[in-house]
Design a protein around this ligand. Sequence first.
Ligand SMILES: *Cc1c(COP(=O)(O)O)cnc(C)c1O
Length: 302
Amino acid sequence: MTIRCPPARHAARTARANPARPTTPSCRNTTPDPAGSARTAATTSVTRAASVNSHTTGNPGPPRRDLTARAHDTSLGSMASPLLDRYTALLAQIAAAAARAGRPTPTLIAVSKTYPAEDMQTLLDAGQVHFGENRVQEAAAKVPPLRATHPGLRLHLIGGLQTNKARDATRLADVIEVLDRPRLLDALVQAQQTEGRAPQYLVQVNVGDEPQKAGVDTAGADAFVAQCQARLGTAVTGLMCIPPAGTPPGPHFAWLAAAAARHGLATLSMGMSADFEDAIAHGATHIRVGSALFGARTATPA
Ligand SMILES: *Cc1c(COP(=O)(O)O)cnc(C)c1O
């Protein structure tokens, strides 16, 4: 990340020393600008255009310090947090996409796999409730300590689940989004009884019928969903998918929405960093966003 502005303290000091002076963004205050206000205006409109463009493409772009730093300038010792800036911008982008589509604003699941618990804490403090993790082991290390201070945290398990992890997953997760095969269904029914705890379940559908991907294939989806509902009842609340890369996801989102409707399921977990606006237009009730919120992942999740 490039920090384009010099420290905000200068502007804050200037503002305190000259209370009548209108507050201007700190980056423009500190360097003499021979081209004067015309260039300043041009810079501002370029920044706006880039911001609008990133909204339409789903690309979060660089953290928008330039739009939010002013609010922080006046409080001594406070620094703008790039993560919180991205979070604020993402929530606005989600709400705008929903408004455009005439849909209710979906629930954001912050996909925190590979990111430290400190980042989750930052978002929890800002009011974020739902988090997504891929691996039971990683979630077991990060989530329980966070729940000590934020008991409302809701954990969604969104990565491939081995049957021998079904008990741990049942103990830990609020929503298991990866129910995709009869042996896992057996293991989860068993785990419910053993643990005396019932999470919610989403059936993951392999909407592109890709051989390397998890999820029940499209041909078997209706029968498997019915089987899950027969065994787990209303704890099965919806469907989840990850559409194939490199093709327009819209038809796959539409397929998932129609399948959920056939089974009376209200929850549609679909849409990630690259395609959540499209998913919202197709009725996503939950979107799972990782890199657009936390930044590009450097570690590879299992
Ligand atoms: C990692 C992951 C996401 C988030 O992906 P981003 O592209 O980083 O937003 C969403 N859903 C699942 C199942 C994932 O594994």
